[in-house]
Design a binder for this molecule. Structure first.
Ligand SMILES: Cc1cc2nc3c(=O)[nH]c(=O)nc-3n(C[C@H](O)[C@H](O)[C@H](O)COP(=O)(O)OP(=O)(O)OC[C@H]3O[C@@H](n4cnc5c(N)ncnc54)[C@H](O)[C@@H]3O)c2cc1C
Length: 496
């Protein structure tokens, strides 16, 4: 039975939402809201792993910071990055205490892998290439068993309740009701923006809701131009979510070949296939252009086939489903949208520019990633800042509200907005992708402004309406930030 008032409302059930919830003290009443089932999120799909140092070690910390700075083109917020790395040991051990089982060798030592941009093996993984699934499953079990946490699934938060720059809670749409829920503090953990692109690794829940809601409420949003494209998603001609082939496959020795069968990364970066993600995606883009192709290949045929099957069981089996045995055949791959570096601006405790409103994970801009995220730093960001947010909230005095929350029974519209969603995806994919020009950005800006205007003049109370409205809002934020940044840096590449 839902209450009208909570001490803490957490919106989103990925790594950021679950970990933050678990760190809130037992005498605070928490509501965790998820747009879909609790396990549907970007976090659940994470393959490669989670970066960090299990044991405190200043030299190792410094190397991790240096790699993150290099990947982020030195635009990273240094205090935030230091916090991320120095607090990794404590939070990774806590994750293990919450029941997460990382892969170990025969002597029981946790195995570590490498991905692009990492100078050391420092990435913990689980189930071979199913790290996210293991983390989310373990945290979800803990959350379900905690008496102070209520869970509301299949419920979409559509707007924040904000008065005089203070967040008082959120408006939620369930199957047949709109209801307001008041809370002392609200934490946005709504994840990424992948749905605004035609091709993305993200699941369909990633419509940028948290960023759009915070923006409408007047929160500061930053660095939205930095949209990270993952270099190697399985290429197929159909549109829609694309299956990711983890960077760890290159970390374990995989090569990239162009359609003429030649390795090419040495032409673009001294780290070759293990260059930071922005550099690899931009190099593939160039190589596809030069060879008149829409994909390149990932080659692991030279690696031991039993090792591949054991180390990457999910990827091996998904490739087989698409008719490719990666131990014997080349895997067609192309870059697709993967991660939003920017988002809701937050301080070192995850607090936004709106009083009593926090944000964590992919929807926030903590500054740790700079202009491009180092692989496997995002799950780490979710737990380190989740721990800090909870610590901060645990000290709050509970607010007592005298207002009665609005509850409305609704007959929801079932209009699906598919055409408008596809229009947004098309325009973003064509004009706001890996390579950008002012001319194309202005073209995209005009079209998205028209769509947004149309939506604002014809409001409807249904999930699909709010999703497409949020997609258009976030698309415009990306375009405007991209127009404002004239130089190429990190994953923002201007060829004019
Ligand atoms: C395929 C893939 C592989 C990846 N691999 C790695 C990796 O190996 N290592 C790594 O560090 N990172 C990886 N990442 C990135 C990383 O997984 C994400 O950045 C991170 O998990 C984001 O966590 P989050 O909790 O912020 O968001 P998510 O995990 O996306 O969770 C968002 C949650 O918010 C909910 N939600 C959204 N809008 C609303 C709303 N309006 N109302 C209610 N609920 C809402 C969603 O339903 C979901 O529960 C990968 C990402 C993908 C897509």
């Amino acid at each position: 039975m839902l209450k009208d008032y909570y001490d803490v409302v957490i919106i989103g059930s990925g790594a950021a939402g679950l970990y933050t919830s678990l760190n809130i003290i037992n005498n605070k009443k928490v509501l965790l809201i998820s747009k879909d089932k609790i396990i549907v999120s970007n976090s659940s799909l994470a393959q490669g792993g989670i970066a960090g140092e299990l044991h405190a070690n200043d030299e190792a910390y410094q190397k991790h910071i240096d790699d993150s700075l290099l990947a982020g083109s030195y635009l990273n917020n240094i205090p935030a990055l230091r916090t991320l790395v120095y607090e990794s040991s404590h939070n990774l051990n806590k994750l293990i205490n919450f029941g997460v089982k990382f892969d170990k060798d025969e002597e029981g030592n946790i195995l570590l892998t490498r991905e692009g941009g990492h100078s050391e093996r420092r990435i913990l993984h689980a189930g071979g290439d199913a790290t996210g699934k293991e983390i989310i499953k373990s945290l979800a079990v803990q959350v379900i068993n905690k008496e102070n946490i209520d869970i509301l699934e299949d419920a979409m938060v559509v707007d924040l309740i904000v008065e005089n720059n203070k967040c008082l809670g959120a408006g939620v749409l369930t199957q047949d009701q709109y209801r307001e829920i008041y809370s002392t503090v609200t934490v946005l953990c709504t994840g990424g923006i992948g749905e605004i692109y035609k091709n993305s690794t993200n699941p369909t829940v990633a419509t940028g809701d948290g960023i759009a809601m915070a923006y409408r409420a007047g929160a500061e949003i930053a660095n939205m131009e930095f949209v990270q494209f993952h270099p190697t998603a399985f290429f197929r001609h159909e549109n829609g979510p694309r299956f990711l082939i983890s960077e760890a496959v290159r970390g374990e020795g995989g090569y990239l070949l162009n359609v003429e069968g030649n390795r090419f990364m040495h032409k673009y970066h001294h780290l070759c296939e293990l260059a930071p993600r922005d550099k690899v995606s931009q190099s593939i883009y160039r190589e596809m252009y030069d060879t008149w192709s829409d994909h390149v290949y990932l080659d692991v045929r030279h690696l031991d086939s039993d090792f591949i099957k054991k180390r990457f069981p999910t990827i091996y089996n998904r490739c087989l489903e698409y008719g490719v045995d990666m131990t014997e055949e080349l895997v067609p791959v192309a870059p697709v949208e993967h991660f939003s570096v920017g988002g809701i601006s937050v301080d070192l405790n995850g607090h936004s520019s709106i009083e009593n409103l926090y944000a964590n994970g992919e929807c926030c801009d903590s500054g740790v990633h700079g202009a491009n995220r180092l692989a496997s730093n995002s799950l780490l960001e979710c737990i380190v800042f989740g721990g800090r947010i909870a610590k901060n909230i645990n000290d709050y005095q509970v607010e007592v509200y005298d207002k009665l929350p609005l509850v409305q029974n609704l007959k929801l519209s079932n209009y699906n907005y598919r055409n408008i969603k596809n229009q947004i995806k098309d325009i973003m994919e064509r004009n706001v992708g890996i390579v950008r020009t002012e001319k194309n950005l202005i073209l995209a800006e005009d079209t998205i402004k028209g769509i947004l205007n149309g939506l604002e003049n014809d409001k409807r109370t249904c999930k699909a309406y709010y999703e497409v409205y949020n997609m258009a809002t976030v698309a415009l934020l990306v375009i405007e930030s991209a127009l404002n940044r004239k130089e190429s840096i990190g994953c923002h590449y201007r060829i004019d």
